[in-house]
Every structure is written in structure tokens, then in C-alpha cells.
Design a protein around this ligand. Structure first.
Ligand code: MAN
Length: 545
């Protein structure tokens, strides 16, 4: 019974004290301002300093942390780092409570932006009177908040759709990687087999000796053609030799005439023409090279009379082949060139038909080797192509596409908007460009390089305002997530163009603003559902779950 009475007394004492919350203190902090039994107050962060309770809010700064003056501006001169209280608490009935910096309390100005209830000027300094505007402001703010939450819900739904799409895309790439890997393996086996096959074909063709070809077979027909060609060449060679012999006979007659002239002319007779002819004859005689090489002539006769052994020709040794070439040595240059071409054609024909083993110097190969080599080259090309494709897929899969891979779904989606003399175009995860509205010329502002995600603190710093102000503003705050685009067109006398794309949550993809922060360094504010999920709004937060 006694205990019950004591508890009742304690509760009523606390209630009595709680009702005397000093001006400028929030209900949450009220417990810090309960007077001691001796009616004293202890400075919040300086427990050694205890002052009589009636010096709280007496417009004189007693505590070094300003905690004794929550409802006046007496401690406004203190450094921010020393102050222990959040500011002057405005209850703002009908709207949202807020803290006003103590320096703005009792300054004769109604600070409705923070204190819509006008409680900061309750003292009527300078005769100012600040009736509450919280009802209207509160109504408008609630309407705005409802709209904002509806917007965010819609945007969050759009984001969920993007995440779902991204998952499907990722799965498609993963499946593609798996099948491409199987293809790569199969190709590697195929390439190895075809390498072996080419090697074997080369070996076989090198050792191939065609003997007694069947009449009517390709080889037999080829042999016949070869025989005819060689006979044709032999006849031509004979004709060339006969012509040479006739020419030599005529030359001999001319030489005899000149010899006689030299022996019988009268040197005392001053005939310049005759003298010049004799001099030329003597010079001509001195030139040894004019004489025919008798040994070469014998060889030529032997070659012309020799019968070709066609069976042996099917697989000639290297020396025999070179003999075939030496034939041309006995001919005048013009005939030699012509014959050279014909011999080359004949060799190619014989090799292509498997009747003559190709030599390294030939640069030609049999049809079977060519086919084997072509098949190998085709398989190698296919192997390279498939491996390149696999590399691209794996790179794509490994790329940072943001939280929940959400940006994968946006890759290649482009948005644009006109600002001043340019239209700016941004393609998510690809490129950004500036398009002249005058002549449509395009300037690259960069290609996508990275996603930057700021932590909560720097996010608010990036936004440049207190989060609470954003809550009241109609414009969506920046999310702290940004896309970096680099390596754009070189700027004259400046850097390569680049863009920092700062993102905010929006149901639609849109460009809100573009500024050229420094020469050729651009900053875009872009809305996208992909950036949703970092806002404080309850509706959006629920949607994210
Ligand atoms: C163009 C545009 C501008 C840029 C100048 C720099 O006119 O890309 O944005 O500042 O080049 O020379």
C-alpha cells in the first residue's frame, strides 16, 4: 500500500516537472531539463557546472555548451562544435516540428521557413508578431508529400520491372556463355583434327607416285595433255634452233665478206667509210662472247633427241626437276621467258593432278592439300570468332551494372533534351553526346566507364542541402549514385570531354539539367527508376521491400 502511494507520488512529481519543459526544448529532450531536487540544472556536456534552475533561459549564457539557453539566442556566439543542443525546437502544430538555429530566435524576424508556428518570436522583439501559418503550410506540405510518395511508388514499381528485366537478360547471357563454351570446345577438337588431316594430306601428296594410270582416268588424261605440251615445246625448240642455225649461216656469210674486205682493201686509199667498216670488224672480232659455246650446243641436241619417260615423270626427283628448268638455259632470252611460263603452267598442271610432287619453291600445292588447308583455315576462323564472342559475353557479364544489376536493363536506352544551343543525348551504359541545334553536328562527350555510389554522408553533401529540406521540396533529391562518361572528343586547349551523370529517382528516364561545370567537363542530372530505393520516403521504402 505504501509502495503504491510512493509510486503515485513519484509519477505525479515527474508529470509536474515534465509540464515545465523550458522554451525551445523538444519533448524528447525534456527529460534532460528536469530540475534537480535542489532546483538546479547541470550543463549537459559539462556535468561539473551546476547552476540554479531559474537561470535556464534567463537570456544569459552560463554553460559553455549553450545548454542553459535552448529558448534564447544568448549562447548563439558559441562555436558550432561546442554546442550541445540541436537548436530552438519549434513545435509547428499542424505541420512538422523543426529546429531553428538559436541565433535566429528573438531577432524580430518571423522564420516561417522553419518555424511556421512563429514561436521563435514569441517575445515580440521590435514589436514583431508572428501568427502561426502551420495549418496552411502543413496542408500544402502533406499534399506535396502524398504526391511525392505516389511518384516514388510508381518509380519503385518501374525499378522492380527493370530489375526483373535485368535478371532475364543476365540469364540469357549466362545461357549464351554456356552454349558458346561448348561450341569453343567442339571447335578446338575440330581444329586439331583438321590440322592432323592437313599434315597427313601433305605427307601423302608428297610421297604420291602416279604409275600406269588407267586409260580414261583423270591422271591418264592429264598425262596425255602433258605429253602433248612437252611435244609442243620440243617442236618449238627445234624450230628456234633451226632459225638460229639459219641466222648463223647468214652471219657467217657476212663475216666472210667483211674478212675479205679487211684483207683486200687499199689502206692508202682514203675512203673513210671503208676504214670505219674495217675498224668495226676488228672490234667485233675481239669480242669473244660472240662465239657459240660448242658444249652447250651439244647439250641442246641431246635434250631434243632424248625420249621422255612418262612413268618416271610421275614422281621426279628434285634433280630431274631442276634439269627440266635447265632446258631454258640454251635458248635466246625471249624464247626462254616464254618457255619459262609454259613450264610453270605445266608443272602446276602436273602437281594439281597429283602427277608431280610439289617443291617448296613452287608455292603451289595439290587440290587435296588446298582443300584440307581451306577446311582448317575455315575452322580456325570460326574458332577465333566464337572465342571473341565468348570473351565479349564474359566481359558483359562481369561488368558492374549497379545494385541488383539494374542498369543492365537500361543498356542502350537513350534520352535527350535541348539546353541552349545544344541537344544533349545520353545512352545508358554506352555514350553521351552534344548535338548542335544549328547544324546537327555531333560532339562525343564520352563513353560510359563506371558507376559511382556515394555513402550516405557524401550523398547528402552532394545534394547540398539538409535531407529535411528535400522532403519539403518538390524536386527529387539526388540519389548519390552517378554514372561516369569519359574519353569524349578532345577539347581545344582543354581536356577530353567527360560527363558526370548524377542520378535521382524518377518513374521515367529523363534529363533534368545539364551544365558545363568547367570547360568541356559536363554535369547532368538524370532521373531514372534505376536510382530509386535510397530515399527516405516511407512509401518508397515499403515498395523496395
Ligand atoms: C564546343 C562545345 C562547348 C565547349 C567548346 C569548347 O563549342 O562542346 O560545350 O565548351 O566546344 O571549345
Amino acid at each position: 500500500m505504501l509502495l503504491q502511494q510512493l509510486l503515485l507520488l513519484a509519477t505525479s512529481l515527474t508529470l509536474a516537472r515534465a509540464t515545465t519543459v523550458p522554451r525551445g526544448v523538444s519533448p524528447e529532450d525534456a527529460k534532460l531539463y528536469i530540475p534537480s531536487n535542489l532546483q538546479t540544472f547541470t550543463c549537459l556536456t559539462h556535468p561539473s557546472i551546476e547552476i540554479p534552475y531559474d537561470r535556464v533561459n534567463d537570456d544569459f549564457c552560463d554553460c559553455p555548451d549553450g545548454s542553459d539557453e535552448p529558448g534564447t539566442s544568448a549562447c548563439a556566439g558559441l562555436l558550432h562544435k561546442d554546442i550541445a543542443i540541436p537548436g530552438f525546437y519549434c513545435r509547428n502544430k499542424g505541420h512538422t516540428p523543426a529546429y531553428l538555429p538559436n541565433s535566429r530566435v528573438n531577432d524580430g524576424i518571423c522564420d516561417y521557413d522553419i518555424c511556421c508556428d512563429g514561436s521563435d518570436e514569441a517575445g515580440g522583439v521590435g514589436g514583431v508578431s508572428c501568427p502561426s501559418t502551420c495549418k496552411e503550410i502543413g496542408t500544402a506540405a502533406r499534399k506535396m508529400a502524398a504526391e511525392r510518395n505516389a511518384r516514388r511508388s510508381k518509380a519503385a514499381k518501374a525499378r522492380r520491372e527493370l530489375v526483373r528485366k535485368a535478371k532475364v537478360l543476365k540469364k540469357e547471357i549466362e545461357d549464351n556463355v554456356a552454349t558458346t563454351k561448348v561450341k569453343v570446345q567442339a571447335n578446338e577438337v575440330k581444329v586439331k583434327e583438321l590440322e592432323k588431316k592437313l599434315h597427313e594430306t601433305e605427307e601423302r601428296e608428297r610421297n604420291r607416285v602416279v604409275k600406269n594410270p588407267k586409260p580414261g582416268s583423270r591422271v591418264s588424261v592429264a598425262t596425255q595433255v602433258a605429253k602433248e605440251k612437252v611435244e609442243e615445246l620440243r617442236k618449238l625448240l627445234l624450230k628456234v634452233r633451226d632459225e638460229r642455225d639459219i641466222a648463223e649461216e647468214r652471219l657467217e656469210r657476212a663475216e666472210t665478206m667483211l674478212r675479205l674486205l679487211r684483207e683486200e682493201y687499199n689502206p692508202n686509199f682514203n675512203d673513210e667509210g671503208v676504214k670505219r667498216a674495217v675498224r668495226s670488224w676488228e672490234e667485233y672480232l675481239a669480242d669473244e662472247d660472240q662465239k657459240r659455246n660448242a658444249a652447250e650446243d651439244r647439250d641442246l641436241t641431246a635434250v631434243l633427241e632424248e625420249e621422255t619417260n612418262w612413268d618416271e615423270l610421275a614422281g621426279p626427283e628434285e634433280e630431274e626437276v631442276s634439269e627440266l628448268y635447265q632446258l631454258t638455259k640454251y635458248l635466246p632470252p625471249a624464247a626462254r621467258d616464254w618457255l619459262g611460263v609454259k613450264i610453270k603452267e605445266l608443272r602446276e598442271f602436273l602437281i594439281a593432278n597429283g602427277m608431280l610432287a610439289p617443291q617448296k619453291t613452287d608455292g603451289i600445292e595439290t587440290a587435296a592439300v588446298t582443300a584440307a588447308r581451306d577446311a582448317l583455315t575455315a575452322a580456325q576462323n570460326e574458332d577465333m570468332k566464337v572465342k571473341k564472342h565468348l570473351g565479349q559475353l564474359e566481359k558483359d557479364l562481369a561488368a558492374d551494372m549497379g545494385p541488383s544489376d539494374v542498369f543492365r536493363a537500361l543498356k542502350g536506352t537513350c534520352i535527350s533534351r535541348e539546353f541552349g544551343e545544344y541537344k544533349y543525348e545520353l545512352c545508358f551504359m554506352e555514350k553521351a553526346q552534344q548535338i548542335s541545334r544549328k547544324d546537327n553536328s555531333k560532339t562525343s562527350l564520352g563513353t560510359f566507364s563506371r558507376i559511382d555510389i556515394a555513402d550516405e554522408t557524401s550523398k547528402n553533401e552532394a545534394a547540398g542541402v539538409f535531407a529535411s529540406s528535400w522532403e519539403e521540396s518538390h524536386e527529387e533529391p539526388l540519389s548519390g549514385m552517378a554514372l561516369g562518361y569519359d574519353n569524349g572528343q578532345q577539347c581545344w586547349n582543354g581536356p577530353k570531354r567527360s560527363v558526370g551523370v548524377e542520378l535521382y529517382c524518377s518513374a521515367e528516364n529523363e534529363i533534368r539539367n545539364v551544365v558545363e561545370a568547367e570547360k568541356c567537363v559536363y554535369r547532368m542530372e538524370v532521373g531514372t527508376p534505376a536510382a530509386c530505393g535510397r530515399e527516405k520516403a516511407e512509401g518508397a521504402a515499403k515498395d523496395e521491400l
